[in-house]
Design a protein around this ligand. Structure first.
Ligand code: ADE
Length: 227
């Protein structure tokens, strides 16, 4: 998979992809992540990417030209499955959406800033708008890094324990069961007996019950969602 991210803050996006699982996924060639500085696609002297809004509102708006030039340059090299814009008014991101993105070959993510982007970019260049939640960030970079992180770990081969990604919270609209490790008792706080029993059938049953009970008490909304 190839992911191209267009941003005015390339430095902000470096570190999230330089550690642990995502770093190894890049080294092993499971994913190529390219970060493009939007200012490299400007033609004006000051390399500015934003301008005042027509109609006189407060705040600045990202201009159409540098974004069009950046997206067109990428599209001239290869086909893209999706051109995503991270924005608080996009569809709300969830595990099902991550699963879908993980099946793609090439995606572009455009990180928004300031008051937003010229509406014509959304109408003509963007194919999907994604929000990571009902709150407003200072820019789309952190949202983009969340998309990339959640998608890359789903690419086959990225997580060595193959079943691990499939047993995540949310994969079946249920929260994951609790997990424990040694010691079996600490300050009198004991690991549930069933996990020490060696009875795998009972352990599986316990995990399923825990998943269901945790979901019912913490996220009952998930139980009503379509898979
Ligand atoms: N940019 C600003 N806020 C955002 C959000 N909640 N999701 C995605 N991109 C954003």
């Amino acid at each position: 998979m190839r992911i191209d991210i267009i941003t005015v803050l390339p430095e902000l996006l470096k570190s999230p992809f330089e550690h642990s699982i995502i770093k190894r996924a890049r080294e092993k060639g499971h994913v190529d992540i390219y970060i493009h500085n939007l200012r490299d696609y400007t033609t004006n002297k000051h390399r500015s990417v934003d301008d005042y809004p027509f109609g006189g509102d407060a705040g600045m708006v990202m201009m159409i030209e540098p974004i069009d030039r950046a997206i067109s340059a990428l599209k001239s090299e290869r086909e893209y499955d999706e051109v995503i814009y991270t924005s608080p008014d996009g569809i709300k991101y969830n595990q099902q959406e991550a699963n879908k993105l993980a099946t793609f070959e090439n995606i572009i993510i455009l990180c928004g800033h300031y008051k937003g982007i010229d509406q014509r970019i959304r109408e003509h260049l963007i194919t999907k708008e994604i929000s990571i939640g009902d709150y407003v960030l200072t820019g789309g970079e952190l949202a983009a890094s969340i998309l990339v992180d959640s998608v890359v770990r789903l690419i086959p081969g990225v997580i060595s324990d193959e079943t691990s990604a499939l047993t995540d919270s949310f994969q079946d609209n249920l929260l994951a069961p609790p997990v424990y490790t040694r010691p079996a008792e600490y300050k009198g706080w004991r690991v549930p007996d069933v996990l020490l029993s060696g009875n795998f059938k009972e352990i599986e049953k316990w995990k399923e019950e825990q998943s269901f009970e945790r979901t019912k008490s913490l996220r009952p909304d998930l139980l009503n969602e379509e898979e």
